[in-house]
Design a protein around this ligand. Structure first.
Ligand code: ADP
Ligand code: MG
Length: 730
């Protein structure tokens, strides 16, 4: 028998050497942002008046005039062409995974039979992509397929390859958002207004509050030859079968191990690309699982940070190919080892340079710190179901709730120091607490917690939402997700909560209460109200599941039902008050979510069915028949009792293989029938629930039996690269 394809690709992968990276002669500080139309570049390419007017519009969130747009477009085009760009595109974030772009060349007729590079303000500011094929949940029917993309002036244009990319929002003809960026900008605006109002209780000179995001992107790398030999990876981004490798992450040797040279070359190349594009990539390291890694930048303003994350994800895919790797952003590409997340480190800071979740040195600063932290806790408590919905997807569902990632219940970890402070505020008398406004030394511990002392190393990895010293870390976000989804829900919920807080404190002030007294009274009320969300224990334990249910937290585990949180009256009201989503938008988006959920599982089920029937069963049959031949031959050599003994083991294996194959065939039929039945359901929510209830279970069983066969069938015959081959880069 010829050597299998698997053996060939494994050999190819193992023989591969690191690809040399052409490191720039300059230092990062010299090429950083070279491909970005940032302020320094604008200053060089724009007339002074244009430059000033554009900065004024960006900083004060003003609309820009057509003549200003024309002038900016002219400068932007000159810069882009000078730097090798030939095309431009509006770059936007539709409700699918990733980003969308449609390239147009800069050329226009020059009237003399030739062409010239041309780019007008009109083309910069607004376009009408033929966008009938983007998901819209029924908002835009395909016959009047008009979606508008409009320039987001708060995020700078950049050059990718030879294309000028202009970050844009994407909305329907009737003004509903069809993307992630539009509601994100609305939520950031809402939290700016609300948080600035509250921050002015402490510092009247605050004008704006900025939301910051520092994401940590986890990912797996797989050699491309091995990847290509796994149809499940190619089509679904995860392995639908594969027995655990005898060694995976038990020895915990990967996290602190040396980075393999092939991977290091990839990382270096990626970092250079990032830095040219102004993505402040800073940290890189191995993760817990073999072949798993992480990249984290320095945190940035949330809208920009999110653009950068989306850009990074596409860069990763491209750079990985140059190094003969494929990058896996799926939340759970391999069973039995850790999955990948994208921790969202999130904070709020004033335009006066104060981080609002960082304790300060004076009692006033610490009262401000506690005020903001407690409002976040209250918002997360009220909207815990929504926050879970914001991170839920068919792919992230594999990661959440398993014993290695945040549980599918949202709670907040504070650490013992912050817990102690909250406790004090809750249980001390108002007279004692009023001492806060007095001398720094006497303030019930509040003044005694300067930034350094909050225990940043107190790391409860089981918490989906943790306070980490000067920020919150939303850890339940999935590695393939658009961070905007989580950031929209979180910033909007916090904005709404802060508005209410501001109103209540103001009412007390109107009634003649002192400022600190009014704030402390409201903070204390919030601490009491939102106690249920605070949990510092082990989020993986069974007791927590029961306790969380008792506390009234959202414990739903079925993803399509988790999405219901978006349509609850309190959610619709919250998004309405903050101006982030209309009810029509929420309904349309949920249609898209349910549809996406169904489609992902549908594709997986089809791939698994095909692989089972035309890859696995034939190979198992072939091996079984080898055994049968062997038995027949042995029987001719040895007869009677001796013969029976000698073939006993083979007979046993033959029977076991038959049993596994029987179950696989039966379950594939069951799965196909379940799919057919579900497909007939017209309601998207009901259909998604049917997929969850009836299609996932047979998939699990099929996998189980295939994995058993993998251990029995001749290694040389097995068609798909095995975990032990996929998971260890040489
Ligand atoms: P970890 O120990 O959690 O893995 P990392 O250093 O890998 O920490 O990542 C922490 C991330 O948090 C980085 O992206 C960092 O820039 C970001 N970060 C730090 N401080 C803040 C803050 N105040 N607001 C938002 N993000 C922050
Ligand atoms: Mg972290």
């Amino acid at each position: 028998m010829s050597t299998s394809l698997r053996f060939k690709v494994v050999e190819e992968a193992y023989d591969r050497k690191a690809v040399a990276v052409a490191t720039p002669a300059e230092r990062p500080s010299e090429y950083y942002g070279k491909q970005v139309f940032n302020r320094a570049t604008m200053f060089r390419y724009l007339p002074k008046a244009t430059y000033n007017a554009l900065l004024d519009a960006i900083e004060n969130k003003k609309p820009i005039s057509r003549s200003l747009a024309d002038s900016v477009a002219e400068g932007m085009k000159r810069w882009a062409v000078d730097n090798g760009a030939r095309h431009y595109t509006h770059w936007f974030h539709p409700l699918t995974d990733g980003t969308a772009e449609k390239h147009d060349a800069f050329i226009e007729h020059d009237g003399k039979g030739g062409v010239m590079e041309e780019f007008s303000g009109k083309l910069l500011v607004q376009q009408e992509p033929d966008a009938s094929s983007f998901p819209n949940g029924g908002i835009r029917n395909t016959f009047e397929a008009r979606g508008y993309s409009a320039w987001d002036i708060s995020s700078p244009a950049f050059i990718l390859g030879e294309t000028l990319c202009i970050p844009t929002i994407f909305i329907s003809y009737t003004g509903e958002s069809l993307d992630y960026k539009t509601p994100l900008l609305r939520a950031l605006n809402a939290v700016d207004l609300a948080a600035a109002k509250v921050a002015r209780f402490f510092d009247p000179d605050v004008r704006h509050v900025i939301s910051y995001l520092g994401w940590e992107q986890e990912y797996f790398l797989v050699d491309e030859a091995l990847y290509s030999a796994r149809p499940d990876l190619v089509m679904t981004g995860r392995t639908l079968m594969g027995h655990e490798s005898p060694k995976n992450q038990q020895l915990e040797d990967h996290y602190f191990g040396a980075i393999p040279s092939r991977v290091e070359a990839f990382m270096l190349d990626l970092e250079i690309e990032c830095h040219r594009l102004g993505i402040p990539a800073k940290t890189r390291h191995n993760e817990v699982a073999p072949n798993q890694f992480e990249l984290a930048p320095i945190f940035e303003e949330t809208n920009l940070a999110n653009d950068h994350n989306l850009l990074l994800m596409s860069l990763m895919a491209e750079v990985a190919r140059r190094h003969n790797f494929r990058v896996l952003l799926h939340e759970k590409p391999f069973a039995g080892v850790n999955g990948s997340g994208k921790h969202n480190n999130w904070s709020l800071g004033t335009d006066r340079g104060k981080l609002l979740f960082a304790p300060g040195k004076t009692p006033e600063e610490n009262l401000q710190f506690v005020t903001f932290v407690v409002n976040v806790m209250a918002a997360v408590h009220r909207h815990n179901g929504l926050l879970k919905a914001s991170i839920m997807s068919a792919t992230n569902a594999h990661r959440l709730g398993a014993n290695e990632a945040p549980p599918a219940i949202i709670s907040i970890f504070t650490g013992s120091q912050l817990a102690g402070v909250l406790d004090k505020i809750e249980n001390s008398s108002m007279t004692d607490l009023m001492a806060l406004s007095g001398k720094a030394e006497y303030s019930l511990g509040l003044a005694q917690i300067p930034g350094l002392m909050i225990d940043n190393t107190d790391r409860n990895r089981t918490s989906p939402f943790a306070f980490t010293g000067n920020r919150f870390e939303f850890r339940a976000v999935g590695s393939s997700a658009n961070c905007a989804s989580a950031m929209i829900a979180l910033n909007a919920a916090v904005a709404d909560q802060l508005n209410e807080f501001h109103e209540k404190v103001s009412a007390r002030l109107d009634a003649g209460e002192a400022l600190n007294e009014a704030i402390i009274a409201e903070v204390r009320a919030l601490i009491r109200e939102s106690k249920a969300i605070h949990f510092d224990g082990n989020g993986y334990s069974d007791e927590w599941q029961r306790e969380a249910a008792r506390r009234g937290l959202d414990c739903e585990t079925c993803p399509p039902k988790i999405f219901d949180a978006y349509l609850r009256p309190e959610t619709v009201a919250m998004f309405g008050r903050t101006g982030v989503f209309s009810e029509v938008e929420l309904e349309a988006r949920n249609e898209v979510k349910w549809e996406m959920y169904t489609k992902k599982i549908q594709i997986e089920a089809r791939v698994l069915g095909d692989l089972a029937i035309n890859h696995i069963i034939p190979v198992a049959t072939r091996y079984q028949s080898v055994l049968v031949d062997n038995v027949v031959k042995l029987k001719t050599l040895f007869s009677g009792q001796k013969g029976a003994e000698i073939v006993g083991h083979d007979l046993d294996t033959i029977e076991k293989i038959s049993r596994h194959m029987t179950v696989i065939k039966a379950k594939v039929e069951e799965m196909v029938a379940a799919r057919k039945k579900a497909n007939a359901i017209t309601d998207e929510r009901e259909k998604a629930i049917a997929y969850y209830n009836d299609v996932l279970a047979p998939m699990e069983t099929i996998r189980y039996h295939i994995d058993k066969l993998e251990l029995m069938v001749d290694n040389e015959m097995w068609p798909l690269p095995k975990y032990r081959e996929l998971l260890f880069i040489r």
